[in-house]
Design a protein around this ligand. Structure first.
Ligand SMILES: Nc1ncnc2c1ncn2[C@@H]1O[C@H](COP(=O)(O)OP(=O)(O)O)[C@@H](O)[C@H]1O
Ligand SMILES: N[C@@H](CC(=O)OP(=O)(O)O)C(=O)O
Length: 418
């Protein structure tokens, strides 16, 4: 059996959904589980709605109406009036209606997951209904009963044994009867609350299903021809990898290559399941295959850019040296305030760390650090990682920039740039 994953870009409009059905049609004789993300930039819009709700902002209803309108316009192009999908989608949006009528819950992460998850619940209703309309028999499956997580909202940790049992229990028999369409990015807790697996986590969902079912392969359908040596939105003259080893792909995604979610590859490597990254605009092209023993051919260095970085320097207030005690105290605070360290460097008197800026957690982190430390920071920086670098590439990347931090090892150079 095969697992397909269609991301937001592939289902951003009615043409995208029709194209998805055309791609799936080519595999109509296969057993196929299809993981779908929220349509277009819906997750960003739902994040904005969550923040507006928490802050009881004036534009909350406008944001919400915009999200609904976007979906209803797409449905209007795909379905006749009166199609049951309109009621299914309306009933799904009701989950948000109920939530935003009440006072905001104290736990931001909990509220976020209950609201943001509606993007995938709705997109999959629409995709499953359209596949059925196109004669491709499909069952809509609520992933929250299959991917079990703890209640670490916004980054649910998968409970693998329970998840594997649930997936293996009923899905193989269902796949003999029809395609299965389910939500990426979502999980469910033991109390039946919704969790999300971390932004862009739908690739990971595909990998969880594939590993649990022993799939023959996973294919993620993207708006790029495969994995390239750099993001084509940022760099010209990129080259595609025909194949990559699991290890190289893990390294790339770990450093932030956003084409694949970093948690995706390990479960596939453990189960030796190949991952194809292919273009939904050119479905017959080969794309990139990630597998064991692949020939990693680097015609050009791999460049990975992470934007919206903060570089924070932390020094003990009493001018003492930075000791292990300080570091363990600082790291405990990082864990509490959701900091994920991308690069760090210590000197005798200060500790510098580069991480993703998250507005909702940064203020709290700083005020807690200020009890014992002095801090200085620069924000809106980029972190550029170059694998298999050459001196020329680094010179080119830094020519019109200020380098605030640099770390170079045998294979990998990392630069924090302003
Ligand atoms: N090394 C890379 N190779 C290909 N695409 C990349 C790379 N790094 C970043 N990208 C970006 O990843 C995007 C596709 O991933 P993503 O937007 O997450 O897809 P989706 O959400 O549709 O699954 C591309 O449009 C491209 O801009
Ligand atoms: N919709 C979620 C999950 C996801 O993976 O989306 P995409 O496949 O479009 O990156 C997000 O935007 O984070």
């Amino acid at each position: 059996m095969l697992v397909f994953k269609f991301g937001g870009a592939s289902v951003k409009d009615a043409e995208g959904i029709i194209n998805l059905a055309n791609v799936v049609e080519k595999y109509k004789n296969e057993q196929l589980l299809i993981v779908v993300s929220a349509m277009g930039k819906t997750t960003n819009a739902l994040e904005a709605l969550t923040k507006a709700y928490i802050n009881q902002a004036d534009d909350m209803h406008d944001i919400y109406e915009g999200i609904k309108r976007y979906h209803y316009e797409i449905m209007g192009s795909l379905f006749e009036n009166g199609d049951p999908v309109f009621d299914d989608v309306a009933n799904t949006f009701v989950e948000i209606d109920w939530m935003i009528e009440d006072e905001p819950h104290d736990d931001f992460g909990f509220t976020y997951d209950q609201i943001v998850s509606v993007g995938e619940l709705v997109s999959t209703r629409i995709v499953a209904a359209y596949l059925n309309k196109a004669g491709l028999k499909s069952l809509w499956l609520d992933v929250r009963g299959y991917i079990h997580t703890d209640n670490n909202y916004r980054e649910g940790r998968v409970q693998w044994a329970k998840t594997r049992d649930s997936i293996k229990g009923s899905i193989p028999a269902q796949l003999e009867r029809s395609f299965v369409v389910t939500q990426g990015f979502l999980g469910g807790t033991s109390e039946n609350f919704t969790t999300t697996l971390g932004r862009e986590g739908s690739d990971y969902t595909a990998s969880i299903f594939a590993a649990s079912l022993g799939a023959d392969s996973v294919t993620t359908w993207k708006d790029v021809p495969g994995i390239l040596n750099a993001d084509p939105k940022l760099f010209k003259d990129t080259v595609k990898f025909d194949e990559l080893s699991y290890t190289e792909a893990i390294e790339m995604t770990y450093y932030g290559a956003s084409v694949i979610h970093p948690k995706t590859i390990k479960p596939l490597q453990n189960a030796n399941i190949p991952l194809f990254v292919k273009s939904f605009n050119d479905p017959d092209a080969a794309g990139t295959i990630i597998k064991e023993n692949a020939a990693n051919v680097f015609k050009k260095p791999v460049i990975i850019v992470k934007q919206k970085q903060v570089l924070l320097s932390i020094a003990p207030k009493d001018y003492s040296f930075v000791t292990e005690d300080h570091l363990s105290d600082i790291f405990r605070k990082f864990a509490e305030h959701h900091v994920k360290v991308n690069v760090m460097q210590t000197s005798a008197l200060s500790f510098s760390v580069c991480f993703d800026y998250k507005e909702e957690y940064f203020g709290g982190l700083l005020s807690e650090l200020h009890e014992n430390y002095k801090t200085k920071y620069n924000s809106d920086l980029s972190l550029v990682t170059v694998r298999h670098y050459s001196a020329g590439t680094i010179k080119e990347l830094t020519s019109d920039k200020t380098v605030l931090l640099e770390q170079v090892s045998r294979n990998t150079a990392q630069l924090v740039l302003k």
